[in-house]
Design a protein. Structure first.
Length: 66
């Protein structure tokens, strides 16, 4: 662990977390202080979104198509 490093606010290496529902996950993220920086639909037909966590890191979400 490296202390004092600035958060990853500009995507360089962007990782995605696979979730059951991007929409409901975004609701929980916003309710807990996160900010949506790329809404669902920007990578269509893939179901993705990106958010900034309270520390400033940008993280992607991915939902496997049904």
């Amino acid at each position: 662990m490296i202390l004092g490093r600035a958060p990853g606010s500009k995507p360089g290496l962007l990782f995605y977390v696979m979730v059951d529902s991007v929409a409901s996950t975004l609701d929980a993220i916003v309710a807990n202080g996160g900010e949506i920086v790329q809404p669902i639909g920007a990578d269509a037909p893939e179901i993705t979104a990106r958010f900034r966590d309270p520390a400033g890191n940008i993280i992607g979400l991915y939902q496997q198509p049904a």
